[in-house]
Design a protein around this ligand. Structure first.
Ligand SMILES: [Zn+2]
Length: 75
């Protein structure tokens, strides 16, 4: 599985949203949705402390197939 690096902070009010710095985030454990085979790492932003995960960005970029979201609402 390719490793994921958050491209920016998902908080639009955070300076790291428009100006992400290297390592602006910190790993913060993981969670394991029932419909996934592997745990999903969680992160939090060092600037605004907003927590997020890869799924946060997946919704931003790939929300063109609502039927898939409905089929798996937990992630
Ligand atoms: Zn932030």
């Amino acid at each position: 599985m390719p490793s994921f690096k958050p491209p920016r902070c998902p908080n639009a009010d955070c300076p790291r949203h428009t100006d992400p710095q290297p390592r602006f985030y910190r790993r913060r454990g993981s969670y394991w949705p029932k419909c996934r085979a592997a745990p999903i790492p969680r992160y939090h932003c060092k600037s605004c402390s907003r927590s997020f995960s890869r799924q946060t960005f997946r919704h931003d970029y790939r929300d063109h197939r609502p039927e898939l979201n409905e089929a798996c609402s937990c992630c």
